[in-house]
Design a protein around this ligand. Structure first.
Ligand code: FES
Ligand SMILES: [Fe+2]
Length: 380
């Protein structure tokens, strides 16, 4: 049972802990999380630049599902479950492409971009099946500042816009819709997804384990900031070290300024903005010259995929305006360190002797509120 941190003789006694061991190792709890959390939460899927033309699509894997994200018209993007309505075959052979319709490779049923069943070849007669009832299963999809978010629930309790609100003035000025993805790193982490989440939410470990992050970020002020992340979304960026203009090893810009900032004679000392979704983390961080988006994809109770994508303005030229390895340098190193930390942490959690000790009330202050949210969602 959880206890609040208590004050004894004006001393804060750390009494909050993480969850009981079972929550990290049980496949039954993972299934419950799938039903109550993964299947109902908004998460990041990709950027509009991946599907500029009608019929462009890409596949998105999340929580064991494959979704087809497709541009139906200039202003409509759809998300369909990649499951044929005949006998369930996946519909596409490649991860991305351009189509007029989706033709199932198995018995050639074809579906329009909006998911409607158009043809089912060689059926005895035209009324043999009810076409109206055999559209592809939809997922919810919403675009926020050029970023495509999906929800496995086709009718979510809350729209993404209701949840997060419109992009801030600063984000609008950065024009995220005019960015392109230049690097994507996928890490398979052998740990429960909550182990990875806890790790992301605290920087208690940063000084000892993240030399690169410690160079670019103001770790002390990040404690105060993450302390507010109690709900299912949060707004804001990551505070940089004083004198740093962006996330890089030197503090110097690693690409051209984003959006309207490129037109300014005098650039601001620092730009950091963004948003995040919890508990399955999507973290969007904007800086003056690039953006970083972290996402997690729970695979099983013992495995989670951690993806980081880096974006620069769409007209930036590789080798002239940016070098992908330099843009990715700080977070790529940090991710590798975190993977190792989380896997070692999880091997300890697998021990039947594991029982969580007290959390640091300041440096790990954001962990318990996120776990409270998970516990609350599991009881619905
Ligand atoms: S499974 Fe798709 S047409 Fe048969
Ligand atoms: Fe870390």
């Amino acid at each position: 049972m959880r206890q609040e941190n208590i004050k004894v003789n004006n001393v804060v006694r750390a009494t909050e802990t993480t969850l009981p061991r079972e929550n990290y190792v049980s496949s039954e709890i993972f299934e419950l999380e799938h039903r109550n959390i993964f299947s109902k939460q908004w998460t990041y899927a990709g950027h509009i630049s991946q599907i500029p033309k009608i019929g462009d699509y890409f596949l998105h894997s999340y929580a064991g599902e494959s979704l087809i994200i497709v541009r139906e018209s200039a202003d409509t993007i759809r998300a369909h479950y990649n499951v044929c309505r005949h006998r369930g075959s996946q519909l596409t052979k490649s991860d991305s492409g351009t189509v007029k319709s989706f033709v199932c490779p198995y018995h050639q049923w074809s579906f329009a971009l909006n998911g409607a069943l158009r043809r089912a070849p060689m059926m005895p007669d035209k009324d043999c099946i009810d076409y109206e009832k055999l559209s592809l299963h939809p997922a919810a999809v919403e675009v926020w500042a050029g970023l495509i978010f999906v929800n496995l629930d086709p009718a979510p309790a809350e729209s993404l816009l209701e949840l997060v609100g419109p992009p801030s003035e600063c984000v609008q000025k950065l024009q995220p819709e005019n960015m392109k993805e230049i690097v994507r790193d996928l890490l398979r982490v052998q740990a429960n997804w909550k182990t990875l989440l806890e790790n992301y939410l605290e920087c208690y470990h940063c000084a000892g384990s993240h030399p690169e992050l410690g160079i670019a970020f103001d770790i002390q002020s990040s404690y105060g900031q993450t302390a507010d992340w109690g709900g299912s979304c949060f707004i804001g960026g990551e505070p940089l070290r004083k004198g740093f203009r962006t996330v890089s090893m030197t503090g110097e810009l690693v690409s051209k300024p984003l959006g309207l900032f490129a037109e300014e004679k005098e650039l601001p000392a620092e730009v950091t903005d963004g948003m995040g979704l919890l508990p399955v983390l999507t973290r969007v961080i904007f800086h003056l010259d690039h953006a970083i988006i972290h996402t997690m994809n729970p695979i099983s109770e013992r495995e989670v995929e951690w993806t980081t994508r880096w974006y620069v303005r769409s007209d930036a030229v590789e080798g002239v305006d940016y070098n992908p390895d330099t843009v990715a340098e700080v977070w790529r190193a940090t991710n590798a360190e975190d993977k190792e930390l989380c896997e070692r942490n999880y091997r300890g959690v697998l021990s039947r002797r594991f029982i969580s000790g007290p959390l640091n009330p300041i440096a790990e202050g954001a962990v318990r509120p996120a776990l409270n949210l998970i516990e609350k969602l599991l009881t619905y």
